[in-house]
Design a protein around this ligand. Structure first.
Ligand SMILES: [Zn+2]
Length: 466
């Protein structure tokens, strides 16, 4: 049995484990060199929520019934609610330790608001308290201690899609510094078997600065003042990780992991415009300019299909007896799914070329399907394109995001690095699944998981899945 430190770096890319980018994060690359590391293949969708919860429960988004930040609460139009801690249906690793009476320290992990009671100390994730002034720690008294150690605790970069880039930069550095200061304090003043910190900074940096960083980005310009913003932040972040590793000591097992990676965003496909053009979505009147698709705009008596935008698109069918004004007979759903799949699998952008998309049913992606899933999930152009939910563009694609600045899309390729002294001999780099993390942590912590967990422990030869 080992003590385990998990450092979650949101959106961190596997490049930092390999030359030349490994020079930017020598501590992170060093963990992989002492153990094993490589690509950590994300969930589908590769989105922060549900990816971290899948990583920490060993359950895929279908089993969790969480398909994105916002999920349908009922079949009423527009009834989507943000996923929070109360919607996590499976035990996370610290819940298993809590059941065994063993303590954890958890700081910043997504979907931990409102703060769930655990054995040990917990500070809620980047979503922040559920409402202004609501608790964000467990126990509640920890909040005063957080304030005395770091002053105001920064959950996230406010309004990062519209803030000035210089403000984003200064907030990201301040936020990361405070989070790691707090984490160093907690791991040296508490008993724990598992300590986990999650840092949202890399994700915010990628969304705002990726085009300066990546020469393959369509709007990359050499010589920008922000050209090294991401590289500089990687170096700073690596230093924070190094000081945390020093605080926990050399005998602690260390896992550094991301929930997904990043790739240049080329543009967005206006999925609801494509559905309108095909006659599947009918609006009450033509919108004047780009407009978010709200339920009041839709003529539900003539609409069969609509979509939510985002890093991927969720497609919903207006099913008779299910949606309030359903138009599609249940027996026609399979044929409609085929029709939409044919419509969205290949989209011709004229001079921009053709985009190939992956259109999947939840049943194809997940072993179990809980909650209210989308009827179809669409992943655009190997994640280089995103889904645009707004209407009124008069065309099927746009260059920019419709909900604010975004230069990077989420890639399926996250990263991991694991060193476990005495438990894991240094090994060649190899790819793994995000669902392998829970069996690995259970293995390291000496805990049993359910026999139906899908993943496999990184530790040699121990198969925990069916
Ligand atoms: Zn993320």
């Amino acid at each position: 049995m080992s003590r385990v430190l998990v450092v979650g770096l949101d959106c961190m890319v596997p490049d930092v484990l390999r030359p030349p980018a490994d020079e930017l994060m020598p501590t992170v690359a060093g963990v992989a060199a002492r153990g094993v590391g490589g690509v950590l293949v994300s969930t589908l969708p590769p989105i922060t929520v549900p990816a971290w919860t899948s990583m920490l429960t060993g359950r895929d988004p279908g089993e969790l019934g969480v398909y994105g930040f916002r999920n349908r609460r009922s079949f009423a139009y527009g009834d989507l609610v943000q996923a929070n801690a109360t919607m996590v249906r499976a035990p996370r690793v610290w819940d298993r330790l809590t059941a065994a009476g063993r303590p954890s320290v958890v700081v910043g992990v997504p979907q931990t608001s409102p703060p769930p009671p655990i054995e040990g100390a917990l500070v809620s994730g980047f979503e922040g308290p559920v409402s202004a002034g609501a608790p964000f720690t467990h126990p509640a008294s920890l909040a005063d201690e957080v304030g005395s150690v770091v002053g105001e605790y920064l959950f996230d970069v406010p309004e990062f899609r519209s803030a000035a880039l210089t403000d984003v930069l200064s907030t990201v550095y301040e936020m990361t510094e405070r989070r790691f200061t707090l984490m160093r304090h907690l791991v040296t003043t508490r008993e724990w078997d598992l300590a986990m910190v999650h840092e949202i900074g890399p994700d915010r940096m990628h969304h705002c600065f990726w085009h300066f960083h990546d020469p393959r980005h369509p709007s990359h310009q050499e010589g920008s003042e922000h050209q090294n913003a991401i590289a500089d932040y990687y170096r700073f972040l690596d230093g924070q990780v190094a000081s945390l590793l020093e605080a926990v000591g050399p005998d602690c097992a260390v896992l550094i992991a991301s929930d997904h990676g990043a790739t240049a965003m080329h543009g967005g496909l206006c999925v609801n415009e494509i559905l309108r053009e095909a006659g599947l979505l009918v609006l009450r009147e033509d919108p004047v300019g780009p407009t978010p698709l709200t339920p009041d705009l839709v003529d539900w008596t003539r609409t069969r299909v609509w979509a939510e935008g985002g890093y991927y698109s969720r497609i919903f069918f207006n099913v008779a007896g299910r949606e309030p004004q359903g138009q599609v007979a249940r027996s026609d759903v399979p044929a409609l799914a085929d029709e939409v799949r044919a419509l969205l699998s290949v989209v011709d952008l004229g001079a921009e070329g053709v985009v190939h998309n992956e259109v999947r049913t939840p049943q194809e992606l997940y072993r179990r399907v809980r909650g209210i899933p989308p009827d179809l999930l669409v992943f655009f152009g190997e994640e280089k394109w995103r889904g645009i939910g707004s209407v009124g563009f008069g065309q099927s694609w746009i260059k920019a995001n419709d909900t604010g600045v975004d230069e990077a899309n989420h890639s399926r390729d996250g990263m991991y690095a694991l060193a476990a002294p005495g438990r894991l001999a240094p090994a060649e780099s190899r790819d793994a699944s995000i669902l392998d993390v829970t069996p690995t942590l259970l293995d390291l912590l000496g805990l049993e998981g359910e026999p139906d967990l899908q993943g496999t422990s990184f530790l040699a030869g121990r198969k925990t899945g069916p």
